[in-house]
Design a protein around this ligand. Structure first.
Ligand SMILES: Cc1cc2nc3c(=O)[nH]c(=O)nc-3n(C[C@H](O)[C@H](O)[C@H](O)COP(=O)(O)OP(=O)(O)OC[C@H]3O[C@@H](n4cnc5c(N)ncnc54)[C@H](O)[C@@H]3O)c2cc1C
Ligand SMILES: NC(=O)c1ccc[n+]([C@@H]2O[C@H](COP(=O)([O-])OP(=O)(O)OC[C@H]3O[C@@H](n4cnc5c(N)ncnc54)[C@H](O)[C@@H]3O)[C@@H](O)[C@H]2O)c1
Length: 466
C-alpha cells in the first residue's frame, strides 16, 4: 500500500505542471503536485522575466545613447551595473512571489515537496522515502542548461541563465557561448549596458534561423553591437582569474563566460526505465503532440520536458492537455495545437511563425531599411518574409527581423491560424504610417506570384505619404 494515492500525480511545479494539476483537478481528479523546491517557475525565476528585465535596461541605455539623432541631448550616458542588477532582481522577485502565492491557494495536501522517480508506470518513489500510487502521471520536469565539461571546470567564472541574474554588478567583458535564443537576447542586452561582448557558436547560423535573407539582416545588426565568431570551436581556460577563450588560432580574455548551449529535458533521475516505455537513445519516450501521451501508457509529458516546443505558452497548453487527458485515460482526446510561434527578444525582434520557406512557397518580402514609420523612429533596419501556398495564396508561415516584429508576428500568426490568404489579409485596414503597413508590399508580392488579382478597390502601389 502506497503512502500517498491520487488520480493524477504531476511531477514538476513549473508552468506545465501547474497547468496540468489545475486542469486535472478541474476535471474532477484528486491530484498531487510534486516538486523538490516550489521555487516558482523557470519563467519567473531564471527565464523569461529576468531576461526581459535585463533587456529592458539595455533598451533604456541604447535609447538614451541614440537620442541625439532626434536632436535631444542627454549628456554622457552612464550605466550603474549594481542598480541595473538590483532592479532586475527586485522586479523578478515580484513575479516569483506571485507564482509562489499560487501554490498556497491549492487544496491542502496537494503540494508534495520532494523529488520523484518512477518505480512502475503508475507508482513513484519520493526522495523523502514515501511512495505514491496514481492512476496516471504527468511528467513536467522542465529543462536545464547543458554546460560542457571545460566550462564547468571554470567554476564561478562560468555563468548560465541560472546564475547570471544573481551577479551583483555587470562584468566588464563577457564571452557568450551559443548564439541561440538565450545567447542572443542576453548578449545584446549586456552589450547595450556597456559590456564588451563576444559571441561564439560552432554553427554558422545565429538562432538556427531558417531564412537566409532574415539571417543576413540579423547577423549584420548583431555584428554592429558585439563580436561574432560563428563556425568556431571555442576552448576555454582560466588564467589570472579571467576566462581565456582560444579559437581558430586567436585568444581573448573575458571577466566571465555565459554558457547558452541549449537546455535539454530534465529526465535524468526519473528512472523512466521502470515505466516500461520504449526510450530512444536520448532516453526519451515517444510523446504525442496532440494528446501529450507517452506511447499507450497512463503517462503524459508536457512543457520543456518533452523538448517539442520549449516556450512558455506551449508549456501551459501542453500542461492543460496532459492534465485533462490524464483524467480521461484511456479515452484521451486529441487537441489541435496553435500555429508555432517563436519570438526572440532582440532589437529588432526575431520572429518565426508556422512553416519555413520551402521550395514550393510563394514568398513576399518587406524591407524595413527604408520603410516610412521605421525611418520616422530611426529603427529602419531588417526584413520580413511571408510564405504562402499556391493556388490561393493561403498564408503558411513567416520569418521577421524588423521593428515591431513582436506585434506584427502575432497579427501574422492570427492570419495563418485562421487560414487567411494574402488577399484576405490585404483586405484588412492598414493605418498610415505604421510598421504593419510595411507588410502590404510582401502580401502584394505573394498575390502577384500566385497569381491573384487584387480587388479594384485597392491601390496596387504604396500609399502616398511614405
Ligand atoms: C533565459 C530564458 C529565457 C526565456 N524566455 C522566454 C520567453 O521570453 N518567452 C517564452 O515563451 N519562453 C521563454 N523561455 C522558455 C520558458 O521559460 C520555458 O519554456 C518554460 O518555463 C518551461 O516550463 P516547464 O513547466 O516545462 O518547466 P519549469 O518551469 O522549469 O518547471 C519544471 C519543474 O520541475 C521540477 N522538477 C525537475 N525534476 C523533478 C523531479 N524529479 N521531481 C519533481 N520535480 C522535478 C523543477 O524543480 C521545476 O520546478 C525562456 C527560458 C530561459 C531559460
Ligand atoms: N524568447 C524566448 O522565447 C526564449 C528566450 C530564451 C530561451 N528560450 C528557450 O530556451 C531554450 C534554450 O535556449 P538556448 O539559447 O540555450 O539554446 P539553443 O538551442 O537555442 O541554442 C544553443 C546554441 O548553442 C550552440 N552550441 C551548442 N554547443 C556548443 C558548443 N560547445 N560551443 C559553441 N556553440 C555551441 C548551438 O549551435 C546553438 O546555436 C530555447 O530552445 C528556447 O525555447 C526561449
Amino acid at each position: 500500500m502506497a503512502d500517498l494515492t491520487c488520480d493524477v500525480a504531476v511531477i514538476g511545479a513549473g508552468t506545465a505542471g501547474i497547468s496540468a494539476e489545475h486542469n486535472a483537478r478541474k476535471h474532477g481528479a484528486r491530484t498531487l503536485l510534486i516538486d523538490p523546491e516550489f521555487a516558482g517557475t523557470t519563467c519567473a525565476t531564471v527565464g523569461c522575466m529576468p531576461s526581459k528585465l535585463l533587456i529592458a535596461a539595455g533598451r533604456a541605455a541604447h535609447g538614451a545613447r541614440k537620442a541625439g539623432v532626434f536632436g535631444i541631448g542627454t549628456g554622457p550616458v552612464s550605466v550603474d551595473g549594481r542598480a541595473v542588477m538590483k532592479r532586475v532582481r527586485e522586479e523578478r522577485d515580484r513575479f516569483v512571489a506571485g507564482t509562489r502565492k499560487g501554490f498556497d491557494r491549492l487544496p491542502e495536501g496537494t503540494c508534495i515537496r520532494a523529488r520523484a522517480r518512477f518505480t512502475s508506470a503508475t507508482t513513484l518513489e519520493l526522495d523523502d522515502g514515501r511512495s505514491v500510487s496514481a492512476k496516471a502521471v504527468v511528467i513536467a520536469t522542465g529543462s536545464a542548461p547543458m554546460v560542457p565539461g571545460p566550462y564547468r571546470a571554470l567554476g564561478d567564472l562560468t555563468l548560465t541563465n541560472e546564475t547570471v541574474f544573481e551577479l551583483d554588478d555587470l562584468p566588464q567583458s563577457l564571452a557568450v557561448i551559443g548564439a541561440g535564443v538565450i545567447g542572443l537576447e542576453l548578449a545584446q542586452a549586456m552589450a547595450r549596458l556597456g559590456v564588451r561582448v563576444a559571441v561564439f557558436d560552432r554553427a554558422e547560423r545565429l538562432a538556427q534561423m531558417r531564412c537566409e535573407r532574415v539571417h543576413d539582416a540579423l547577423k549584420d545588426a548583431m555584428a554592429q553591437e558585439m563580436a561574432l565568431h560563428l563556425g568556431s570551436d571555442p576552448q576555454p581556460s582560466e588564467e589570472g582569474g579571467k576566462v581565456r577563450i582560444d579559437w581558430d588560432g586567436q585568444s581573448e580574455f573575458f571577466d566571465r563566460v555565459l554558457v547558452a548551449t541549449g537546455r535539454p529535458p530534465n529526465l535524468k533521475g526519473l528512472n523512466l526505465e521502470a515505466t516500461g516505455l520504449k526510450l530512444n537513445d536520448k532516453g526519451m519516450p515517444e510523446v504525442s503532440e496532440a494528446t501529450m501521451q507517452c506511447g499507450e501508457a497512463p503517462i503524459f509529458m508536457a512543457g520543456d520536458a518533452n523538448a517539442m516546443h520549449p516556450v512558455l505558452h506551449e508549456a501551459s497548453d501542453e500542461g492543460a492537455i496532459a492534465g485533462r487527458n490524464a483524467v480521461a485515460y484511456p479515452a484521451v482526446v486529441r487537441s489541435d495545437r496553435r500555429v508555432p510561434l517563436s519570438l526572440t527578444f532582440t532589437e529588432p525582434p526575431l520572429v518565426s511563425i508556422g512553416q519555413g520557406p520551402d521550395e514550393s512557397a510563394k514568398i513576399g518580402t518587406a524591407d524595413y531599411s527604408s520603410q516610412g514609420r521605421a525611418r520616422v523612429d530611426d529603427e529602419n533596419t531588417g526584413v520580413a518574409r511571408i510564405y504562402a501556398a499556391a493556388p490561393r495564396g493561403r498564408l503558411i508561415g513567416a520569418d521577421l527581423f524588423c521593428p515591431g516584429a513582436d506585434h506584427m508576428g502575432h497579427l501574422l500568426a492570427l492570419a495563418i491560424q485562421q487560414g487567411l490568404t494574402a488577399e484576405e489579409l490585404l483586405s484588412m485596414p492598414f493605418y498610415h504610417p505604421t510598421l504593419e503597413e510595411g507588410l502590404r508590399g510582401a502580401l502584394k508580392e505573394i498575390c502577384r506570384a500566385v497569381p491573384l488579382h487584387l480587388s479594384g478597390d485597392q491601390d496596387p502601389g504604396s500609399p502616398p505619404g511614405g
